[in-house]
Design a protein around this ligand. Sequence first.
Ligand code: MLT
Length: 259
Amino acid sequence: MTELVLHFEDVGRGKPLLLVHGFPFSSTMWENQLRHLAPSARVLALDLPGFGNSPPSTRVPSIQAYAEDCVALLDALDILEPVVVGGLSMGGYVALAFARHFPERLAGILLASTRASSDSVEGKSGRDQAIANVQAQGIEALVNSMHPKLLAPGTYAKQPRTAERLKEIMLSTDPDGAAAALTAMRDRPDSTDLLSELDIPALVIHGEQDGVIPIHEAEQMVARLPQGQLVRTAHAGHLPNMEQPAVFNQELGAFLARI
Ligand code: MLT
């Protein structure tokens, strides 16, 4: 059995909320949420293997394995009650895998800037290209190609510090960790049919200017989720939690209070 080493943040007291970052980010992308929600909840945010301060793993990559890492973290902390799991983009794929494989551990779900559908044929070949690029050229090439597409145009113009912070977070990704995650995302199953079975509180937050995953994907998820609520975030692209943290925190805080 290979040893799993996971870096994580654990702040506040109250209902547990586990936050899962997107690609290629880390728990640091949640720093504003950790600070804001700590007075009212126990907020956990992990670095998936190969991201932030967690070393990469040599296992076969899969989104399910990331969901198992989340459960291993909860078990290690003796958090056995159902928790709210929140994920952004790739983190949303992990949250959906958590819901599929560990429904008894889930009290509610936050799906931010994500989709339930699997990769298209073109999407899969894009992943193969990105894997080859990151292996040949390192993480900087991946960051330079992705970074200009992630935020709303107004965020780059008016919040240069946010754009810079995001780049720093992305550059902390290990190239092997990035290649593993690209493989995991390429091979993930479609979760569309799962949505109608998820009869738990579900908050879907999406930036109106998300150029990576269009907002109609969020609308389609909410249409299937029995208890789904959609928050459209104005002036935000793919990272509404970093671009419009006040709106994001208020909606997430109100959601947690209702559970
Ligand atoms: C992410 O932000 O996690 C990724 O863009 C998701 C993806 O590539 O499917």
